[in-house]
Each structure stands twice: as C-alpha cells, then as structure tokens.
Design a protein around this ligand. Structure first.
Ligand code: NAD
Length: 438
C-alpha cells in the first residue's frame, strides 16, 4: 500500500474519525480545526466526543507520529517533508435559510486555502454538500492543477470508527478519473465495494441514501399509528416485514421521530435541490411532515397517560424524561427528537426534568433541568417518558422508581422496556404501535 500525506480540515465526528482511521491505515495525517481549545485537547490525547475506539486511535496515531494537529487550515500544508497530496474538507454544512445547506464555512475554508494548496493535490469534499458544490469549489479555487473530488461519508455516530473501517461502500466522484482513483486507493485495504462516478452523482448518492432512510422511518412511524388504530402490534408487524430481504430489519423501529445532525438538514436540502430543478419531491415532503406530526403524537400519548384524554391539560404536570440524545450511544443533541418533544411539553405547561447518561447536569446549553440519575428525575413525577433507547434504562430498578414517582405511569416512545417487568413494579405502560398495558 502507498502511504499518502493527507490533510483533514474540521475535526468533528466525521473529520476526527477520518483523520484517526486514515492514520491507522498507515497514512500520515495532519488535522486542522479552527477551535483552538479542541486542538489543544487533541494534542493532549483528549477526545471530547463519545465514540468507541476513537480516543485509542488518536493516541496511537499521535504516538506513531502519523497524526498531527494544527489550528489554521493553511498550516496543514506547511508540515512534514513531503507535501500534502490529498485534502479532506470535513467542516459543518448546517441547515441554512429556507432549508438550504449553508455552505458558508466550506466556502470560507476553500477561500482560505486556495493559494496555499500544494501543486497537483486533490481537494476532497467529505462534508455533505448539494449537487453542484464540486463545480462551485472548482470555480472558487481557480486552479488547473488541483482536482476536486466528492467522497461523501456514511458513518453513523456512536459507531463511527467501526463504520469508517468496515464501510458498506466507498463513493468517489469527480470529473477527473485519475484524482478519483487516487482517493479511492486510500481505502484500498478496507476491501469495500467502490462506486467511482462523476461529482454530481456522488453528491446526490449521499442525499438520496439519507432521505431514503428518513422515509423508511416515517413509514414505520405511520405503520405504528395504523397499528394503534386497528389493534395490531407493530413489533410483530415489523418483524414480519423485516425478514423480507428487500426490506431488512434495520431502521424498522418506531420512535418519537427521527432527528440528529444529518437527516433533518439533508431531507430539507434535498427538497430545496428538487425545487430548484423544478421537481416537487412529494415523498420526501411527506416524510418530513409525518415526522413533525410524530412529535405531537408523542405529546398526545403523554396527555392520555397522565390525564386519561388525548386533549387533557399538562399544565403543572411533572414529567421525567429519560434520554435526550437523538439516539443511544452518542452524546449528540443536534436536532434530537427528545428535545423537540420536551419543547412541546414545556409549551403545554408541563414541568420537565430529564436524565441522559451522556448529558451532564451541568450542561447549560439545554433549556430544561437535567438530573444526575433517573431516580432523581423521577421524584414526584406524574409520568416517566422514555425518549432515547439507551439500553441501561432497561436495567433500572423499576420498583425503586415506583417509590419515587407520584403516579406509576410510563410512556415508552421507543418500545424499549418490557411491559411485564413494569407491570410487576406497578407501572402502567404505553408504547408506540402496541397495545397499552394497564
Ligand atoms: P461537527 O460539527 O462535529 O464538526 C465540524 C468541525 O469543523 C468542528 O470541529 C469545527 O470546529 C470545525 N470547523 C468549523 N469551522 C472551521 C473552519 N473554518 N476551519 C477548520 N475547522 C472548522 O460536524 P460533523 O458532524 O463532523 O459533520 C461534518 C460534515 O460531515 C457535515 O457536512 C455533515 O453533514 C457530514 N456528515 C456528518 C455525519 C455525522 O454523523 N455527524 C455523517 C456523515 C456526514
């Protein structure tokens, strides 16, 4: 294998994983991030995101001299004796005005490095960017010798290192076949199927895949609602669906709505892209609408559990929320459905106290009280609401929780808990798409 000199700009979930994993594959990687404190912590081997194996890879890469850290993107090209050959852009592309992807940071970085990039290097977009961004970067660069390549990332938070090193596929797109092949060769040791294509197709693959996942989740949430109305059990229904290999068991569990740092912004960006191409992408629109409805539906379930009516008042009702992150196994709170449901509950006058194993009670970014354990959150609660599928919630001492609460009621928006265990502890239980247990 050819070891390459690589630069990674942006060391968040995607950039840090990319840098640490490429170093573990033998490449020399310099990582740049404009957050000086984060870079200082990384230099000391401190990784401040919750990702299994990442801190070990960072420590190993740093100790082996294959992973170095700088604060200015431009400084990434001054390091080492051999010039950087491949540069990855891993900066945020959040949802901007009107639902469009905000490319402000990405374009600012391109502007910052355009004259500093070493001759004949390849500039790779790993950030999720709308179709046409590669062409826009080529224009901004205005450098004949630098090839622009799209290499979208498909890792999942919570399993980022595993996903990077065992990808389902690698996608590389460019108008320059030679440059695309150089990028694909970085991953050769992983033995993953590789799709070599043009830039716009690579950019679209990422959005088309994420929107398909969002539609699958909205579909299963709608099936769960139908189950409730016709007296079916969604757990059995989805098990029966999932054995069909064309459907598969994954992404088939109903919940309080999908969220996280990618699906909401990517569905919105694809809608805008379709719009600009004069195409009304109704399936994606319906998935987004079904999702906002799902948050409200969870609030109605809570009203029913606490007041006996889907329209009952939640004023002064005390609720213990278990789980704030958008899924288990991550500390990421961006666009979490738990926070959307919590906001609706607060608007309805409820007094909410949350507990999440990955969120510190001292975290002052949140507009709600965070307890240091589930028992503290449950003190005098009128209901306990499970919002994130942390497996440790299954192992809580439910008889002890029954002694903490005012009313022993659980609304389980993830169908995480065993209703019979709760019944033994004296709780009523209601889930999503399943018959309630008194
Ligand atoms: P993040 O917010 O975790 O990390 C972004 C990093 O970029 C931060 O460390 C930030 O300090 C740094 N940064 C911001 N401005 C900078 C600048 N001017 N120069 C240098 N560094 C700068 O974001 P993320 O979750 O890693 O996402 C990055 C991109 O990857 C986004 O486009 C996202 O859509 C895409 N993506 C994310 C995931 C995911 O699961 N998080 C998965 C696939 C793709």
């Amino acid at each position: 294998m050819f070891a390459r000199n690589v630069a990674v700009i942006g060391t968040g979930y995607v950039g840090l994983t990319t840098g640490a994993c490429l170093a573990s594959l033998g490449h020399s990687v310099v990582c740049a991030d404009s957050d000086r404190d984060k870079v200082d912590r990384l230099r000391k081997g401190q990784v401040d995101i919750l990702e299994p194996e990442l801190a070990d890879l960072v420590a190993d890469g740093t100790a082996a001299g294959r992973l170095t850290w700088v604060t200015e993107a431009g400084a990434a090209f001054e390091q080492g004796t051999r010039p950087v050959e491949i540069v990855f852009l891993c900066v945020p592309t959040p949802m901007g005005a009107g639902g469009l992807a905000d490319l402000g940071v990405l374009e600012a970085v391109v502007d910052e490095i355009r004259t500093l990039l070493p001759p004949d290097c390849v500039l790779v977009t790993k950030s999720t960017v709308p179709v046409g961004t590669g062409d826009r970067i080529t224009q901004l660069l205005d450098r004949e010798d630098v090839a622009v390549v799209s290499n979208p990332e498909f890792l999942r938070e919570g399993t980022a290192v595993h996903d990077f090193l065992h990808p389902d596929r690698i996608v590389v797109g460019s108008a320059r076949q030679d440059a695309a092949e150089r990028v694909a060769a970085l991953y050769a040791r992983l033995g993953a199927p590789t799709v070599l294509t043009d830039g716009p197709s690579a950019e679209l693959i990422k959005y088309a895949a994420n929107c398909f996942l969002a539609m699958k989740l909205s579909y299963v949430n709608a099936v769960a609602e139908l189950c409730e109305r016709v007296g079916a059990d969604v757990v059995d229904v989805t098990e029966g669906m999932g054995y069909d290999r064309r459907i598969g068991q994954k992404f088939l569990s109903p919940g309080p709505g999908w969220g996280g740092s990618c699906l909401p912004k990517d569905t919105s960006a694809l809608l805008q892209l379709a719009d600009s191409a004069d195409f009304e992408f109704r399936l994606v629109r319906a998935a987004i609408d079904t999702n906002s409805r799902q948050h409200k539906r969870m609030v109605d379930k809570i009203r029913l559990a606490v007041t006996g009516s889907r329209t009952g008042s939640l004023s002064k009702v005390k609720l213990a929320l278990l789980g704030l992150t958008f899924k288990a196994g991550t500390d990421d709170l961006r666009d979490s459905p738990s926070l959307a449901v919590a906001a609706l509950l607060r608007q309805a006058g409820a007094d909410v106290v949350a507990f999440d194993p990955a969120v510190s009670p001292a975290d002052d970014r949140l507009p709600l009280a965070v307890a240091s354990d589930a028992y503290q959150a449950a003190a005098d609660a009128d209901a306990i609401v499970v919002l994130t599928e942390w497996p440790e919630f299954r192992r809580l001492d439910w008889p002890r929780l029954a002694a903490c609460v005012r009313t022993p009621a659980v609304v389980d928006t993830r169908n995480l808990l065993d209703p019979s265990v709760l019944a033994q502890a004296g709780f009523t239980w209601s889930g999503v798409g399943r018959p309630a247990r008194a």
